[in-house]
Design a protein around this ligand. Structure first.
Ligand SMILES: *Cc1c(COP(=O)(O)O)cnc(C)c1O
Length: 363
């Protein structure tokens, strides 16, 4: 090993990822707990068969049909009209984010975000040799504008990354803040809206700012609200000059014909999926209330998970739940734990297990 010419920043590093444990109740990676409907399964199977007939050919490099459908979906979801040329798609928003840093980060450049936030961001920065800095969020996990602008002035980032709703806290930021960041930097401002569909009524999407904010990029994913994590489909909306540079850094034929085909089918079923999202939002609010009533602290959430605490020994609580067959995520600031919103049965199992663990008093 020591003889391999590995980059210094990769030496001894373990591959990142949440534990994939085979337990009855898995509420640890913010997946949508509802599998696709039988109708969606049948339609996707037909579309895959069709796509496979052409697999001797490379896929549509520009994913034009899919991008057109994504633009249509965003218009229905947020009321913002976008051209196909303002939307880009890739293998998960993870790949979108990597492409953004390939295009706008790089050696000698800095990406800035607001901690605590998504633990993958520093990895994209490392992998693109972009310097990574964070400013602290406030006690309620919001972002203080003055502090954010100071951090921009100090670090001069070319990429400012804001997850909204944020992972692992669930916090959405106001659009005024996004505007202020955009005003204060010459870099691109990326608003990661992986959880946008779960936002509460009255919480706007940054998509509505695209028209007036030429360096803004809004990223979305089909992994959460769309119940399509296994398909790997993320996308970005931005001004055309930004999308055009993402098209420069993408690998040739990065998005398989099979992926494109099943994603188009899922978008045709958006209405059925949105009904599930509404149910999950209600479940989220009920779960937050239950946790508060149990005497715990709960962060305000516009996502499909809830951050709760605080525990003197959060690992013991996490382990106690696992011993009861419930897997959640030990993440976020010390003392806090994150639980994804599951099916009603899964949520019940979580509540029973947590009540037991807290009553047993070992924590
Ligand atoms: C889950 C998540 C994503 C989604 O990643 P995919 O690659 O699209 O599955 C992006 N950003 C945040 C903050 C997330 O929590």
């Amino acid at each position: 090993m020591t003889d391999l010419p590995i980059r210094d920043e990769l030496r001894g590093v373990e591959p990142y990822g949440a534990p994939q444990l085979d337990v009855p109740v898995r509420l640890n990676v913010n997946e949508n707990p509802f599998p696709p409907s039988e109708q969606l399964v049948a339609d996707a199977a037909r579309a895959v068969a069709h796509a496979v007939r052409d697999l001797n050919r490379y896929p549509d490099r520009e994913a034009t049909t899919l991008r057109e459908r994504l633009a249509g979906y965003l218009e229905g979801e947020s009321g913002v009209t976008l051209e196909t040329s303002q939307v880009w798609a890739a293998n998960g928003s993870n790949e979108i984010m990597l492409q953004i840093l390939q295009a706008f980060g790089g050696p000698g450049r800095t990406a800035l975000s607001f901690a605590p936030t998504y633990s993958m961001y520093p990895e994209y920065a490392r992998d693109t040799s972009t310097a990574w800095v964070t400013a602290q969020r406030e006690d309620d996990f919001g972002i203080d504008e003055d502090r954010a602008l100071k951090a921009i002035a100090e670090h001069q980032p070319t990429v400012v990354l804001v997850a909204s709703p944020n992972n692992p806290t669930g916090t959405a930021v106001p659009l005024d803040l996004v505007s202020a960041l955009h005003e204060a930097t010459d870099g691109v401002v990326v608003v990661d809206e992986a959880y946008a569909e779960f936002r509460r009524d009255g919480v706007p999407s940054a998509l509505s700012l695209l028209d007036t904010h030429p360096r803004l990029i809004v990223t979305r994913t089909m992994s959460k609200a769309f119940a399509f994590a296994g398909a790997r489909l993320g996308y970005a909306a931005a001004g055309r000059p930004i999308i055009d540079v993402l098209r420069v850094v993408r690998l040739p034929y990065h998005l398989s014909a099979v992926t494109q085909a099943v994603a188009v089918v899922a978008l045709e079923h958006a209405a059925e999926l949105q009904a599930r999202v509404a149910q999950l939002r209600d479940e989220r609010d009920a779960l937050a209330t239950w946790l508060r009533d149990a005497g715990l602290e709960v962060a305000e959430s516009d996502a499909n998970f809830v951050l709760f605490g605080r525990f003197a020994d959060r690992h013991a609580v996490w382990q106690g739940l696992l011993d009861h067959g419930v897997l959640i995520r030990e993440t976020g600031p010390d003392g806090w734990l994150r639980v994804s919103v599951g099916t009603p049965d899964e949520t019940t199992a979580f509540k029973v297990a947590l009540s037991d663990v807290l009553r047993e008093g070992t924590v």
